[in-house]
Write a protein that binds this ligand. Structure first.
Ligand code: DGT
Ligand code: CA
Ligand code: CA
Ligand code: ZN
Length: 572
C-alpha cells in the first residue's frame, strides 16, 4: 500500500466515526495519523511496528492498526463502519463544504442517503430549513454536483496551469481599476498539480474587474457570480475563481486564498490565542482592523515573519517562523550549473553546442552532457566507443566556447540487479555520472532498494537520477526504502536528483525534506532534451523550495571549481 492509500483509509474511518457521533479525540487521532502518514517521505508499508509508533502524531494503538492495514489491506473497524452507512452517503464527502458534521445533519434531519436526495432537497429549497444551509450553500452544492460529472475535477500539471495563469494575468492587467493582482491558491504554493486557479485582485469597485475577467477569451461558461466572487470554467475545463477585495484587505485575502487550508487554520488559531480574529478581510481586534493591507503586516501582527508560500502546508513552518528558524529558501539565481542534459548523440533534439549556448544564456556557468547509456537502444544509447567520440567533440567545443564549461557526463542505466550499463573504467573517466532506473520500475520494494543501493555504492556514481521514476498522472513512483537509500547515499557522498521535468518533479517535496534531514546533497537538473527545456529548472527549484531546501543543500549552486573538487570535500 502506498502512503496516500493508507492515509485515505484512515481519513475515511475518521469521517465515518464522526458520522457515528464518536467522540472528538478518537476522530482526531485518526485524522492526525492520516496526515502524518501522508507526509511521510518513506513507504510506511515497509516500516516495522516500532518505527510506525515513532512517527509523530501516531499513538501505540493506531500504530498497531496501521501495521495490520498495510499487512492485510483493510481493517475490521473500517468494514464495520462501512456496513453502517450506504456508499452513496459516504460519496457526499467529495462535495466541497460538506464535511462529516454537515452530512450527519443531512442524514439525521432529512434522512438524505446520497447525491440524488441531496440534489432534490437543494432544488426544492427544503435544505434551507436546516441551520447552516442557507441559499448560498444550496447553490454551492448544486454547482459541485454538476461539476462532479465525468471529465471534471481533474488536477493539471503546474506547468500547464502556469501558461493559463500568465495569459490571464496579462489580460486582467489591462483593467485600470485593478490595484493589486496575484494568482493565489496551490498555484502560488507551487504545488506540482493544480486543482483550480484562485485569483485575488484589489480594487475600489469590483464591477470593472469582474467584467474584464469575464471577457477573457478562454472562458467557456460562468459557474457562479456574486458581487465580489466570480467562478468560471475555461474551455479546457480548468476552473478559475476570482475574488475582488478592497485594497486594505488585499494582504489578508491573499493569505487566506493562498492557503493551504491547514496553514490557514493554524494561523487562525494563533490569532485566536492573541484575542484576534483572522479572515479574508483582515486581522481584527473586535471591530477594528489590526492588519490586512499586506501579507507581511498580517504575519507581523501575529508576531511571525512572512512565510514563503511554498512552505505553507502546516508542516512545521509556523513553528519554525515563531522560533526564527525558517530556512533561507534556494532561488533559481543560486544555480550555477545544470547536471542532466541530453543531445543529439541520444534522444536530445539539439547539438551539444546549441545546448551550451542556451545554458550560458540562462546564466549557468557549467553543465554536464549526460546522454543515455547503450541499454536504451531506442534512444541510441552510448557505448564506450561513442562516448569517446563525444568526448572529442566536447573537448573541441570547450576550446571555442567561452563563458560556460562543458562537463563530460552520462546518464547510465541501472540494470535489474543494480549493476550499471557501462564498465567502471568508462565511467571513471567522466566528470559526472547520473545513474537512473528506466525499466522494471515496478520491482518489489526490497529488490528496488537493493538495486538502488548497489548503484549508490558504485564509487563512480555521483547522483541518482529521477529516483522514483514516477510520471505524474501516468506512472506510479517505484517503491523503496527511502530511509535506507538516504543512509547509504550519505555514507557514499552520492547526491539525489530533483529532475525538473514538470511531469517528473522527482524527488517530491517531502522526499527533499527527508534527504536534507539525512544529510544527503541534492542536485537540481533540467533533464533538458532541447535548449528550451533548460527553462524547466525553475520547476525543480519550486519543488526544492517546497522541500525547505537552501542553496547550501544543492551541489550545483557551487562555483564550477569547487563543484569539481567536491569528491575531496565529501565528509565521511
Ligand atoms: P487546489 O485548487 O486543489 O490545487 O488547492 P488550493 O489550495 O488552491 O485549494 P482551493 O482552490 O480549494 O482553495 C484556495 C485556498 O482557499 C486554500 O488553499 C485555502 C483557502 N480555503 C479554501 N477552503 C477553505 C476552508 O474551508 N478553510 C480555510 N481556512 N481556508 C480555505
Ligand atoms: Ca485552487
Ligand atoms: Ca478554488
Ligand atoms: Zn532518465
Amino acid at each position: 500500500m502506498q502512503n496516500d492509500e493508507i492515509a485515505k483509509v484512515l481519513d475515511a474511518i475518521a469521517d465515518m466515526l464522526e458520522l457515528s457521533g464518536e467522540n472528538f479525540f478518537r476522530v482526531r487521532a485518526y485524522r492526525n495519523a492520516a496526515r502524518a502518514i501522508h507526509d511521510q517521505p518513506v513507504a510506511v508499508a515497509e516500516l516495522t511496528l516500532e518505527q510506525i509508533d515513532e512517527i509523530p502524531g501516531i499513538g501505540a494503538d493506531l500504530a498497531g492498526k496501521i501495521a495490520t492495514l498495510t499487512k492485510t489491506g483493510d481493517l475490521p473497524i473500517r468494514r464495520e463502519l462501512a456496513n453502517k452507512f450506504p456508499r452513496e452517503l459516504l460519496e457526499l464527502r467529495e462535495i466541497p463544504g460538506l464535511g462529516p458534521k454537515r452530512i450527519k445533519l443531512l442524514m439525521d434531519l432529512l434522512h438524505i442517503r446520497g447525491k440524488e436526495d441531496l440534489e432534490r432537497y437543494a432544488k426544492s429549497g427544503k435544505l434551507h430549513s436546516i441551520k447552516g444551509f442557507g441559499p448560498k450553500m444550496a447553490e454551492k452544492i448544486l454547482e459541485a454536483i454538476a461539476r462532479k460529472e465525468p471529465g471534471s475535477g481533474k488536477r493539471i500539471l503546474y506547468s500547464e496551469a502556469a501558461i493559463v495563469a500568465a495569459a490571464l494575468v496579462e489580460h486582467l492587467r489591462k483593467c485600470r481599476a485593478i490595484e493589486e493582482l496575484e494568482v493565489a491558491g496551490s498555484f502560488r504554493r507551487r504545488r506540482e498539480t493544480i486543482g483550480d486557479l484562485d485569483v485575488v485582485a484589489a480594487a475600489a469597485h469590483p464591477e470593472p474587474v469582474t467584467k474584464q475577467f469575464l471577457s477573457f477569451p478562454a472562458v467557456a461558461r460562468v459557474a457562479g457570480s456574486g458581487e465580489t466572487k466570480t467562478t468560471v470554467v475555461l474551455k479546457d475545463g480548468l476552473q478559475v475563481d476570482l475574488r475582488v477585495v478592497p485594497r486594505a484587505s488585499f494582504g489578508a485575502a491573499l493569505t487566506y486564498f493562498t492557503g493551504s487550508k491547514a496553514h490557514n487554520i493554524h494561523l487562525r488559531r494563533i490569532a485566536q490565542e492573541r484575542g484576534l480574529l483572522l479572515n479574508e478581510y483582515g486581522l481584527f481586534r473586535g471591530k477594528s482592523i489590526v492588519a490586512g493591507r499586506t501579507e507581511e503586516q498580517v504575519y507581523r501582527a501575529l508576531k511571525l515573519p512572512w512565510i514563503a508560500p511554498e512552505m505553507r502546508e502546516d508542516r512545521g513552518e509556523i513553528e519554525a517562523a515563531s522560533s526564527g528558524t525558517l530556512p533561507a529558501l534556494i532561488d533559481r539565481a543560486d544555480l550555477r550549473g545544470d547536471l542532466h542534459t541530453h543531445s543529439t548523440y541520444t534522444d536530445g533534439r539539439s547539438s551539444i553546442e546549441e545546448m551550451a549556448r542556451k545554458e550560458r544564456e540562462s546564466g549557468l556557468k557549467y553543465f554536464a552532457v549526460t546522454d543515455h547509456s547503450r541499454r536504451l537502444a531506442m534512444a541510441h544509447g552510448l557505448d564506450p566507443k561513442r562516448l569517446r567520440e563525444q568526448a572529442r567533440e566536447i573537448k573541441n567545443l570547450g576550446k571555442q566556447l567561452k563563458g560556460v564549461t562543458i562537463l563530460r557526463g552520462i546518464e547510465v542505466d541501472i540494470l535489474d540487479d543494480g549493476s550499471l550499463d557501462l564498465p567502471d573504467n568508462a565511467l571513471a573517466e567522466l566528470d559526472w555520472v547520473v545513474a537512473s532506473v528506466h525499466y522494471k520500475l515496478d520491482q518489489n520494494p526490497r529488490d528496488m532498494t537493493r538495486r538502488l543501493i548497489k548503484a549508490i555504492r558504485n564509487r563512480n556514481v555521483d547522483a541518482i537520477g529521477h529516483p522514483t521514476g514516477r510520471l505524474i498522472g501516468h506512472r506510479e513512483p517505484s517503491s523503496f526504502d527511502l530511509g535506507e537509500i538516504l543512509r547509504v547515499a550519505r555514507e557514499e557522498g552520492c547526491a539525489m536528483e530533483i529532475d525538473s521535468q514538470p511531469e517528473r518533479l522527482d524527488l517530491t517535496d517531502t522526499m527533499c525534506m527527508a534527504a536534507k534531514r539525512a544529510g544527503v546533497k541534492l542536485v537540481i537538473s533540467s533533464d533538458a532534451h532541447s535548449p528550451r527545456e533548460i527553462d524547466l529548472l525553475e520547476y525543480g527549484v519550486n519543488q526544492a523550495r517546497r522541500g525547505w531546501i537552501e542553496a547550501g543543500d544543492v551541489l550545483n549552486t557551487r562555483p564550477c571549481k569547487s563543484f569539481r573538487q567536491r569528491r575531496a570535500l565529501v565528509s565521511v
